[in-house]
Design a binder for this molecule. Structure first.
Ligand code: AMP
Ligand code: MG
Length: 351
C-alpha cells in the first residue's frame, strides 16, 4: 500500500529487567510521538496507539488495512480511567463495578456509551466503546508509564490470524510499524470476551457478543447470560455489523472445519494437515486419512482452555508449511470451546 510508511521494525526484548526497562521506555516514547507499536497482552498481541490522538489511531487502520467501520478496543491503565473513555449509565453502575472488580485486569471487554472526548475514529463512529484492562505485566508497565488509554486491536492484518507471539506479529506487520515489544507467548491465546450489558429486572442481562477466555459460566454469578444471535447472511454482507464479519481469523492455507469424520472427502494429490482436538483415535479423525501432518490442540488431556491457548499458535505454525488444506476437528461446544469454534467457523467460512 502506497500510504503505508516503510519502517525497519525493531524487536524490543524484555527477557531481562535491564532490557525491559529500556524497551518500555522506547515504546512509551514512540506512543507519545503518535506512533503505532505492537504490544503483548494476555490474549493476543495488540497494535497500540494513543486513544486520544485521532491521527495516531488512524494509523492503526492503515497499518492493519482495517476497514474504517470496524471499531477498536480501548485499554485503560486502571479501573478509574474507564470514566475517561466511557460513560457508565446509572442503572448499570453496580453491574459494571462488579464485573470490573471481578475480571479486571483480565480478558473482558465491556461495551458502554463512549465519552464525548474520545475521538470518533476509535469507535468507527459508533456511540459505544469497548473497554478493557489488560493483565499482561509488560502491557501494564507500558500503560503505567504512558499514563492514558490506548486504542489497541489485535496486531494482525485485517481478516488474518491473530498473533500470539512476537514472531507471528513480525510475519504480518514487519516493515509496517516501528517496533514490536516482545513479551513472549500470550498466556490466554484468544481475544477478549466482549459483552454488552442490559439493565433488566430482576437481574441484569450480560450479552456475549464475542466469546473468549471469560466464559458464560464465569459471568453467570453476575447476571443472566445470553449469546448475541449469529446471522451469517448479515455477517457476510453487512458493514453495519462492525467486527462481526463472517470471514475472519483466517490462515492463508484454506481451512475446513468438519462436523463429523464423514464430512471429509479428500482429493487426489492434495496435502492435508489435521488440526486435532486431543489427538485420540477414538474421536474418529486420526485414522481417517494419511495426514501429512497432525497438530494437536490439547495433547492428551483434551481441555478446551488449553486448546484455546494454543489455537492461533498451532494455526500459525501449520500455515508456514504450505499444505493444500488444514482440516479441523470440532471441539466441544462449551466453555472456551465456544470461542474456538467461532474462530474455526470464521476461518473456514469461504471453503
Ligand atoms: P480486536 O481486533 O480483537 O481488538 O477486536 C475489535 C472488535 O471488538 C471489533 O471488531 C468489534 O467486534 C468489537 N468492538 C469493539 N468496539 C465495539 C463497539 N463499540 N461496538 C461493537 N463491537 C465493538
Ligand atoms: Mg482482531
Amino acid at each position: 500500500m502506497s500510504d503505508t510508511p516503510a519502517y525497519e521494525t525493531e524487536i524490543l526484548r524484555t527477557g531481562s529487567e535491564l532490557e525491559a526497562v529500556d524497551s518500555i521506555r522506547a515504546v512509551v516514547d514512540m506512543l507519545h510521538r503518535g506512533e503505532v507499536v505492537a504490544l503483548p497482552t494476555e490474549t493476543v498481541y495488540g497494535l497500540g496507539a494513543d486513544a486520544f490522538d485521532a491521527e495516531a489511531v488512524g494509523k492503526i487502520f492503515t497499518t492493519k488495512e482495517r476497514p474504517s467501520f470496524d471499531p477498536l478496543i480501548v485499554h485503560v491503565p486502571n479501573k478509574r480511567a474507564l470514566h475517561d473513555v466511557a460513560q457508565v449509565p446509572e442503572e448499570l453502575e453496580r453491574l459494571v463495578a462488579r464485573l470490573t472488580e471481578t475480571f479486571w485486569p483480565g480478558p473482558l471487554t465491556v461495551l458502554l456509551p463512549k465519552a464525548a472526548a474520545l475521538p470518533d475514529v476509535v469507535t468507527a463512529g459508533l456511540p459505544t466503546v469497548g473497554v478493557r484492562m489488560s493483565d499482561h505485566p509488560m502491557f501494564k508497565r507500558v500503560m503505567k508509564h504512558f499514563g492514558g488509554p490506548l486504542a489497541a486491536p489485535s496486531a494482525n492484518l485485517f481478516g488474518q490470524l491473530s498473533p500470539t507471539s512476537c514472531a507471528a506479529v513480525e510475519s504480518q506487520l514487519s516493515g509496517r510499524i516501528p517496533a514490536i515489544l516482545d513479551g513472549g507467548a500470550c498466556g490466554r491465546g484468544l481475544e477478549s470476551t466482549i459483552v454488552r450489558l442490559h439493565a433488566t429486572e430482576p437481574k441484569p442481562t450480560i450479552e456475549i457478543l464475542r466469546p473468549g477466555p471469560i466464559t458464560a459460566e464465569d459471568l453467570k454469578p453476575h447476571g443472566k447470560v445470553i449469546f448475541a444471535e449469529r446471522n451469517e447472511d448479515v455477517e457476510a454482507q453487512s458493514p453495519e455489523a462492525p467486527g462481526m464479519l463472517a470471514s475472519h481469523y483466517a490462515p492463508s492455507t484454506p481451512l475446513r472445519l468438519l462436523s463429523s469424520p464423514q464430512d471429509f472427502k479428500p482429493e487426489e494429490g492434495k496435502r492435508y494437515a489435521l488440526l486435532s482436538y486431543r489427538g485420540q483415535e477414538k474421536d474418529g479423525y486420526l485414522d481417517l486419512h494419511e495426514w501429512d501432518e497432525i497438530s494437536i490442540l490439547s495433547p492428551g488431556s483434551g481441555r478446551v482452555a488449553e486448546a484455546g491457548i494454543r489455537l492461533f499458535h498451532v494455526l500459525f505454525q501449520l500455515d508456514q508449511q504450505g499444505f493444500d488444506e488444514i482440516v479441523a476437528e470440532p471441539v466441544p461446544d462449551r466453555s472456551v470451546g465456544k470461542a474456538i469454534l467461532e474462530k474455526l467457523r470464521k476461518a473456514s467460512f469461504n471453503q
